[in-house]
Design a protein around this ligand. Sequence first.
Ligand code: FES
Ligand SMILES: [Fe+2]
Length: 440
Amino acid sequence: MNAETNVSRYSKDFDLPVRGDVITADRYISREWMEQETRKLWPKVWHLGGMLAELEEPGDIIRHNFGKESIIMVRQDDGSIRAFYNTCPHRGNRLILGDVASVDQITCGYHSWTFDIDGTLAKVQDPDDFAGGNPCGKVHLAEVRCETWGPFVFWCMDDDVAPLREWMAPLPDRLAAYGLENWVRVLHVSADCNFNWKILRDNFNESYHLPTIHPELAMFINDGLPTTLFEMYPSGHNSMWMIGHQATTRTDYESGDVPAGLAEAAVAWGIDPAAYKGRTGEIRQAVIDAKRRLGAERGYANYADMSDQQLVDYFHCTLFPNLTITMSPEQCQILRTEPHPTDPEKCIFQHWCLYPPVPGMTEVYTPVGMAPLQHDAISSHSVYGDGVSLGFVADQDLSIGTSQQQGLNSRGFKGCILPGQEKRVQRFHELLNDMIGGPA
Ligand code: FES
Ligand SMILES: [Fe+2]
């Protein structure tokens, strides 16, 4: 095994203490918690609003509905992007009603107040009928901060939050070598779910569930603790490096035939799995060598900048509080839950998958099957449980959500009992406690 992977569970450099606050069920159930999150949490973080690819021309708009809020991001004449609350200053009507739009001006559907794309009021009916004079040129849409990183547009409601890259630290540096800037979002799916948004955040903050919920991943992802690296950063975000192209060390795969999932990955890089019978652990290095040798000619320009670890392992980044970015060199998964507008026991789950634009490649293998390598080739919104897949592994994660929510409502549940490897779950809740201070 490569020396860089021979690490303990928690990184020496990026480990942080936790207090041991009891994680009780109220935070998943009560309206008071939900209201405190609306007031004290959500304004204080950056939100991923959409893809730069959707904002090609001046006047192109992406709308992001979040809880009861709605934000529009608008490409400007000078090429910059500005974001505004999606509410009319006249009497509050929502301005943009579709997910995307392309406009010369923004016109409200109630009394036709019309705004330039920089948010300035340009035209009203009966302009002389205002006590203070014609409001055009004086009234503006309320603006929120807007910044970009990689292929993404983010927005933030609070002026005191650090600039985006600083807020994301150290992840922009850690992710730079993947070269995400020109990746294409092929999968764009979401669903209404019957559980609190934090249920799935907890799930993404631990790998303890893998052997039970995702047993087939064990054939090509090593979820054994001694080789999995957890990092917790002062920014509140965390990450997990899980060894890929290697079967789990929880089971003895080493001495037998190469398991199916791993064999498939080996064949894809011209490696004969039969030659590795009894030494399956060596396939990972063979794939690194093959990717170094063949990557450029197969069109993977981004391999050159990557470490060996990035070439074969899975880098799972969890940004506080609700955004997960899971990286391999060939796929970026965005997994996120957002609060329901009014019900603390519901949420909206979103799953995006991005792929590098490899020359000559017309299709990619997504978590719901093959799809054209085109923006939003697969795009849907559904209700969880109606039979629409949200991705093979995501479906498995979502499958526990409703029953966990139900169990948390029991008088018999007294608070979580966490093993050491779930320290990221503990820290997530302590950061929440610090921001929210408990229900009012
Ligand atoms: S509420 Fe928008 S023009 Fe009246
Ligand atoms: Fe999972």
